[in-house]
Ligand binder design. Structure first.
Ligand SMILES: Nc1ncnc2c1ncn2[C@@H]1O[C@H](COP(=O)(O)OP(=O)(O)OP(=O)(O)O)[C@@H](O)[C@H]1O
Length: 244
């Protein structure tokens, strides 16, 4: 199945055309064609081994597909060399992982400002303070990640992912290590980034509660997108999940 394709170039933040990834004789992604709308929040779900991580790696330029094309903000990633892709990821894509991946020796504020410093654009202190405040970490700005709770660390990681105003944020099980209440705060932040700032988010998750925060859920099975649920509810996601 294919997405109702938005107009070429503009309506889609991320566009995959017949993207495949094979590992030896295993086909982890099988000609996936999909367009992720700009300013949309999409969850990607599927059983273990269905290809979610492979999808995330190929769609975000962390890995090169065996076939097909990925375009982000109109740039075809396959045309960039290794160094070009690294730079593109750093400057135009945000990542949030289950394990937070903050740098232990840096303060919260330094971690959040890091992508801008790496891009040679030292953060304006006022804007940095605003971003820190938006994720509720003003009191913790000078602390090290180890001094923060898991939820606070993930909020810092989200601020770090958003600070470059990326084309798209890829979040890989961002609530996997959090209790349900803390998870809800993190999901609310992602939702706000879409609703208030127009960001585009692709969330890979096993969790129907997390998926129900998205505008739509796409289901992967054996390396293919097999269904989409628009305006998902937890019950709706669970019902569809049962059928996979
Ligand atoms: N580096 C690799 N080498 C060989 N096979 C791989 C590699 N990465 C993934 N695969 C295979 O590709 C398929 C899809 O794996 P993938 O990790 O993308 O699934 P997933 O949906 O993310 O699974 P999970 O939910 O368990 O993390 C599986 O059959 C997996 O064994």
């Amino acid at each position: 199945m294919t997405a109702p394709a938005p107009p070429a170039g503009d309506g889609a933040a991320v566009r995959l055309e017949r993207v495949s990834r094979t590992f030896g004789r295993v086909t982890a992604l099988d000609e996936v064609t999909w367009a992720f709308p700009r300013g949309g929040f999409t969850a990607v779900m599927g059983p273990s081994g269905s290809g979610k991580s492979t999808f995330l790696h190929c769609a975000s330029g962390l890995d090169r597909p065996s076939g097909g094309t990925v375009r982000i903000g109109g740039v075809e990633l396959g045309r960039l060399g290794e160094a070009g892709r690294t730079r593109f990821r750093r400057e135009r894509i945000g990542f949030v992982f289950q394990a937070f991946n903050l740098i232990p020796s840096m303060s919260v504020e330094e971690n959040i400002g890091l992508p801008l410093r790496l891009a040679g654009r030292p953060p304006d202190p006022r804007r940095l303070a605003e971003v820190v405040a938006r994720v509720g970490l003003t009191e913790r700005a000078g602390h090290r990640p180890s001094e923060l709770s898991g939820g606070q660390q993930q909020r810092a990681a989200i601020a770090r992912a958003l600070i470059t105003e990326p084309e798209v944020v890829f979040a890989d099980e961002p609530t996997g290590a959090l209790d349900p209440r803390t998870a809800r705060d993190v999901l609310r932040l992602l939702r706000e980034a879409v609703d208030a700032a127009g960001r585009t988010i692709v969330l890979v998750t096993h969790d129907p509660v997390a998926a129900a925060w998205a505008d739509s859920v796409v289901f992967l099975d054996r390396g293919r997108i097999v269904d989409e649920l628009v305006r998902p509810t937890v019950a709706g996601v669970l019902a569809r999940w049962e059928e996979l």
